[in-house]
Design a protein around this ligand. Structure first.
Ligand code: C5P
Length: 285
């Protein structure tokens, strides 16, 4: 038996635009995504000689073949014609669930990287990301990590320059949002403001954190905020204590702020942590 270890990094959507509904029921997106230093730890035992099994440190997460990490292992083994002779996947969960931080997708991506490494890296990272699209829309980006423009359903990736040095504070309120319902809802509303992804790309190319912050925008944010006004409270604390900008990530409900230093990030965290224990300081990775 061999044990593989891999980190699974959470993502934030610096921008998120929904361009329209596709014939397959999904939506075409345009999003600048960023991985951050909040991570789950994945351990995989290969050649256990027993039926496949998944264990997760957090209750309420499915531990059967519906878990994206399990699906990723199955997709990899099927595509590559490998039989691992029994697998046990263990997930130490730190990424909040129902947050818009891609927790399940990050775990799936980590499984793909770990198995690919175990078998001698037969797939390039981009080929691995392509395989990840079969598991979930955010899996391709979570496979590649860093900063990228993500398009199509989530399978078209273009690497962008690293984000300038900064700190994130990520605050996950108690409620969660149903991603499919939110996508349904956005089909019925007029999107008043969209992100300027070209301006975001230029800001990244110039390494200009102020301009990056100016261009943070997620079309889902106003929809979720109108139903959960506490997001305005969280954002107002971010704003008051020095965040360069603040925004919901993905389909929510976590809100992140960009802070210029650890000291600023620590102050925001202190101001929110009594009401919101699910709060984190992170760096881009
Ligand atoms: O691909 P994934 O399972 O992560 O997507 C979850 C749900 O989000 C889908 O069932 C769909 O309702 C919605 N979705 C979408 N268009 C995308 C990504 C997700 O409509 N590009």
């Amino acid at each position: 038996m061999t044990t593989l270890y891999e980190g699974a990094f959470a993502k934030l959507n610096l921008t998120l635009d929904v361009l329209g509904k596709r014939e397959d029921g999904y939506h075409d997106l345009q999003s600048v995504m960023q991985t951050i230093s909040i991570r789950d730890d994945i351990e995989i035992d290969v050649e256990t000689g027993k039926p496949w099994r998944l264990l997760c440190s957090r209750e309420g997460i499915p531990t059967d073949e519906t878990n994206l990490a399990w699906k990723a292992a199955k997709v990899y083994c099927d595509a590559m014609g490998k039989d691992p002779q029994g697998l046990e996947i263990r997930i130490l969960k730190r990424i909040p669930s129902g947050a818009g931080m891609g927790g399940g997708s990050a775990d799936a991506a980590a499984v793909l990287r770990a198995l690919n490494r175990h078998y001698g890296n037969p797939l390039s990272i981009l080929a691995l990301a392509e395989l990840g699209a079969q598991v979930g829309s955010d899996v391709p980006f979570c496979t590649v990590c860093g900063t990228a423009m993500v398009e199509g359903r989530g399978e078209k990736l273009r690497k962008l320059p690293d984000l300038p040095d900064c700190f994130f504070v990520v605050c996950k309120p108690d409620f969660s949002v149903s991603t499919p319902e939110l996508y349904q809802k956005i089909d019925t509303v007029a999107i008043a403001q969209r992100p300027d992804n070209r301006a975001m790309e230029s800001a990244l190319l110039a390494g200009d954190l102020g301009k990056v912050a100016e261009n943070i925008w997620n079309v889902f944010d106003p929809i979720v905020t109108s139903e959960h006004l506490e997001l305005n409270y969280i954002k107002s604390i971010f704003h008051s204590y020095g965040a360069l900008s603040q925004q919901m990530t993905g389909s929510g409900s976590a809100v992140f702020g960009i802070l210029p230093s650890f000291e600023y990030a620590a102050v925001v965290c202190n101001m929110l942590k009594d009401n919101y224990p699910n709060i984190f300081i992170a760096k881009p990775v």
